[in-house]
Design a binder for this molecule. Structure first.
Ligand code: CA
Length: 706
């Protein structure tokens, strides 16, 4: 329809004697009117497609009948093998996306021809502050500008035409471990951006900037000021009235408390309300953070604010006094549903804690909440009080407890999608428990991971049978959830976890990529697998879709990474990390992307290698400092496999990296602040022991073993 209208407009312009150039639209010309119509159009104008963030496109050329003919139309390769989490946006024939390290790219959406790219040149050492890989989830586009939040806390406006910088502001204090990985949103000429860093210790906030100039309009702090003083911010009144009294004495006064808003936002133009998802506390352990007392507002909450002023309207806290890294930063989706015979304007969220929440989005009133995945920390949500009914012992007050879900959550950042015809929300869910134990001696370490929990990030065994036993407890699920009945209509079980976000289409299809590689289309009503494509590389990002010149395209960022990758790599069977790639599909597409070349890894020679360090002490230091990026048993995660590192061969080499920062330019900063040279040597001793055990295991497998 749009195409026909545009053709007509050109014809009219021609008869009026206007040249083609005169009626060519400026690049990235998105405004309120266009975004209000975005749900029904053939483009992808905003992170979640439109303000409701439903990630549903009405396009139906690719459908349950035709999807068998879906093939690659074009692809583009990127210069980084870190995680790719962006949703590509398509405006007026141009596809805009981002890669790891906050780089921005614009392509001709039909041909794949690169129009421009922008590298904000983030200092690689900043990678140390990123809990969950150096990812970026995409841009916002508004009135000729493309907005990106960078890992080092800048918000940059680029001219959509050529990628040149229009303005840039520093939104965070870079002496603290703040990061930005989320996509900005633009509402009423204001760019909205949050930040991350709650594992390390920061105080979360959301800021609105003038879209034209970059001037700050308002800021809202999500947790109280530890000094008790007002900030001169939009949050002052509500923090004094509702939040301050919900915090008690504890480590939050030193750490900042957390509560970062690093991902979810949505907007209701009729109610003129902006919704934000708020993250976990710092440290995670409520006993250490706030003496085990108080709800700690607004951690793990959904906040409704006025977009013009940042004025508080309502909140709903999913996990009062959170103690498990149960963020409520997960995807927030708005829809109009008939519930109990009444038309309800609802907000839906499936946060980490495993409950699917349906709220009245005008008031924040809880309508219903049911578990969408197996959970052991609570039995239900009390609909009268809106609070979870917790299982005794789940707070690990007196002894360590194995809790489902663990800190990766029953659902992480990977976006859901809605199908309004089927009335279903498709959730990329997962099952991964964890052990939580109260850390006996807790001391805040400035800039380092501070969670206050022991037992959480234990090493993975090298022994095959033990690994198989752990693998059996971890899985992924694609759940088609009926939000009115609050139950699953169908479920696809994945034997691996940390799978990709979802795209839902009018063609009756649900698209999802896999952590172990692959991109699949399912029947939206039954979950039947209809089509799949070998991506040769793990996928975590959600796809988007658009139409140009009568052809429908599906765009997907391919590239493995993110928080879960540190453990998923080992548990999913070590998928190889490859450089990021954008893959765009259409019916009858015949393009062929070259196979990735896997660089040969020389086997580490350990004969004659020894260390005077203490492997047991090294294990403990490794757990405290290294496991978040290098993964369980140092097996890689989204970084190199340390058990195959040539650095293990000599004490001086290992020290040069860990203590002296020789690989700082690759993000491996000096740990001299956090450990002594003796600690580093103990780690080397532990890694040598681990490497020997792994090599023995591999040798036993290749000779048939036992
Ligand atoms: Ca977290």
């Amino acid at each position: 329809m749009r195409i026909v209208r545009l053709g007509l407009a050109l014809a009219v312009a021609g008869t009026l004697g206007l040249g083609l150039a005169a009626c060519q639209k400026p690049a990235g010309d998105v405004d309120t009117a266009r975004l209000l119509a975005a749900a029904s159009n053939a483009e992808w104008l905003s992170y979640g497609k439109d303000y409701s963030e439903q990630r549903f496109s009405p396009l139906d050329q690719i459908n349950t009948e035709t999807v068998k003919d879906l093939g690659l139309a074009w692809y583009a390769d990127f210069d980084t093998d870190r995680g790719q989490e962006a949703t590509p946006l398509m405006v007026d024939g141009v596809l805009y996306t981002t890669t790891a390290w906050s780089k921005v790219y614009a392509f001709d959406a039909k041909t794949g021809e690169k129009k421009w790219s922008f590298d904000p040149k983030v200092d690689p050492a900043k990678g140390f502050d990123a809990c969950c890989d150096v990812v970026n989830r995409g841009v916002a586009i508004w009135k000729g500008k493309v907005y990106v939040g960078t890992l080092d806390g800048r918000l940059i406006a680029l001219n959509a035409k050529d990628g040149s910088v229009a303005w840039s502001v520093q939104t965070t204090d870079n002496s603290k471990p703040y990061t930005i990985t989320g996509a900005p949103r633009v509402v009423k000429d204001k760019v909205l951006i949050g930040n991350g860093g709650a594992e390390y210790g920061v105080r979360g906030y959301i800021t609105a900037y003038d879209a034209a100039t970059g001037k700050q309009v308002w800021r809202f702090f999500t947790v109280p000021n530890p000094t008790g003083a007002p900030d001169g911010a939009a949050s002052d009144k509500v923090l004094a009235e509702k939040a301050n009294a919900t915090w008690s004495d504890g480590a939050w006064k030193e750490s900042g408390g957390g509560g970062t808003a690093w991902d979810a936002m949505a907007y209701d133009p009729e109610l003129d309300l902006m919704y934000f998802g708020i993250g976990n506390g710092n440290p995670w352990n409520h006993m250490k953070r706030s003496g085990g007392k108080g709800d700690n507002l607004f951690l793990s909450s959904i906040l409704a604010l006025k977009p013009d002023t940042g004025e508080y309207v309502w909140h709903y806290q999913t996990t009062p006094g959170e103690s498990w890294d149960y963020t409520a930063t997960q995807h927030i989706m708005l829809a109009d549903l008939k519930i109990g015979g009444q038309d309800r304007k609802v907000l839906m969220q499936a946060p980490k804690n495993g409950f699917f929440y349906v709220l009245d989005r005008a008031t924040g009133q809880l309508i219903s909440a049911e578990p969408f995945a197996p959970i052991t920390w609570a039995t239900k949500v009390d609909l009268k009080t809106g609070r979870p009914v917790e299982v005794p012992g789940a707070r690990y007050e007196t002894s360590p407890a194995t809790i489902q879900p663990g800190p990766l959550g029953s659902h992480n950042w990977h976006p859901m999608a809605f199908n309004p015809k089927a009335g279903l929300v498709y959730i990329p869910a997962q099952v991964a428990a964890s052990v939580y134990g109260d850390q006996k001696v807790y001391k805040h370490r400035q800039g380092a991971v501070n969670v206050g929990i022991d037992g959480l990030l234990t090493g993975l065994p090298t022994e095959k049978a033990q690994m198989a036993a752990i693998k059996a407890t971890v899985s992924g699920k694609l759940v088609a959830w009926d939000p009115v009945a609050q139950k699953a209509r169908w479920t696809v079980d994945h034997p691996y976890f940390w799978n990709a976000g979802i795209l839902s289409t009018g063609g009756g299809l649900v698209f999802q990529g896999a952590a172990v590689g692959g991109f699949t289309a399912y029947d939206a009503s039954s979950g039947a697998k209809l089509w799949s494509f070998k991506t040769q590389n793990g996928v975590v990002a959600p796809a988007s879709t658009y139409e140009i010149d009568g052809e429908q395209y599906v765009a997907l960022m391919v590239g493995y990474g993110g928080a879960g990758a540190t453990f998923a790599s080992a548990l999913n069977g070590d998928p190889v990390r490859m450089p990021g790639r954008l893959m765009v599909f259409k019916l009858g597409g015949k393009a062929v992307a070259p196979e990735y070349k896997i660089p040969p890894m020389p086997k580490l020679e350990l004969a004659g290698v020894s260390s005077a360090g203490d492997p047991k002490a090294g294990f403990a230091v490794f757990q405290d400092n290294c496991v978040g990026c290098h993964g369980g048993s140092a097996s890689g995660g989204y970084l190199a496999d340390l058990t195959n590192s040539q650095m293990l061969r000599a004490e001086a080499d290992f020290k040069s990296v860990v203590i002296d920062g020789a690989l700082k330019s690759r993000g491996m900063v000096s740990f001299a602040k956090y450990m002594s040279p003796k600690d580093a040597e103990d780690i080397r001793a532990y890694l040598i022991t681990l490497a020997r055990a792994k090599q023995a295991q591999d040798a036993s497998e290749s000779t048939g073993g036992r």
